[in-house]
Design a protein around this ligand. Sequence first.
Ligand SMILES: [Zn+2]
Length: 323
Amino acid sequence: MSAKPFASSADLAAKTETLEVLAEGVYALTAEGDPNVGAIEGEEFVVAFEARATPAAARDWLARLREHTDKPIRYLVLSHYHAVRVLGASAFDAEVIVAHENTRKLIAERGMQDWASEFARMPRLFKQPEEIPGLTWPQMTFTDRLTIDLGGDRGELILQYCGRGHTAGDIVAWLPRPRVLFAGDLVEARAALYTGDAFHADWSTGTLDRVAAFGAEAVVGGRGAVPRGRAAVDAAIVQTRDFLLVMREKIGAVHARGGTLREAFEATHAALAPQYGAWPIFEHCLPFNVQRLWDELDDIDWPRVWTPERDREVWDKLQGQLA
Ligand SMILES: [Zn+2]
């Protein structure tokens, strides 16, 4: 059998985008497993959550949002540094771009490489890439918690760091009254996890504990439809944790007995595929995920930088030879 196409390079079919109104003035745009985005209406302004991969892709989302509100976008909140979440920022014309301090650090350290890597992995998401003006720089950063008063009787939007997880700088956005949580890539609902820049031990324990502790009634995860109701929200968090725990168990066992990275990949693939194999980006992500967790077990705390060259090398070593 021929080798699998690299990452999502052969995934060229457009997805159906759905705008969901989760509460009054609270919006999410989901797209069958493509990265989700959201927005929260204040009295005088809008807070946008995530920016998409390019200005053109962002404009498609804003056109949908503008069917509901014409208020200016004051804050653009970025949950983390990944290119497909941040490089469309210029389209929002936001007064302030907000992110975690570690996200700014990661953009400075590896933003250019991540852009090149993600473009090669998921070219379909990069609509009109020539319009990207450059890296996206957060103008306001924080380390623990930041509160935005939405005005009127709309209450507050709380931006919270829950610990290291999908990256070193993920933040969530929490609306206490409608109990809606925008979780970024810390939670996936019926979509595979990408953990190539992750901290698996922290994420699968304290970080997800803190995410679960919000007690959300709806959670906008990084990809996939929006789970609504406590049971569905809990199921998404359980799924996310289970995916991580299976990886830690399988890769940890092979690593502990002095096995190879390839053996760790095969054991993890076999364990996860029955439940998660058909979900979006499963095959795409797994080689990068296994490599990162293997690095963690080798005591490489700070994730190595992905480049298109290193992506290919890891892909060919793990997915390329699978029969
Ligand atoms: Zn991400």
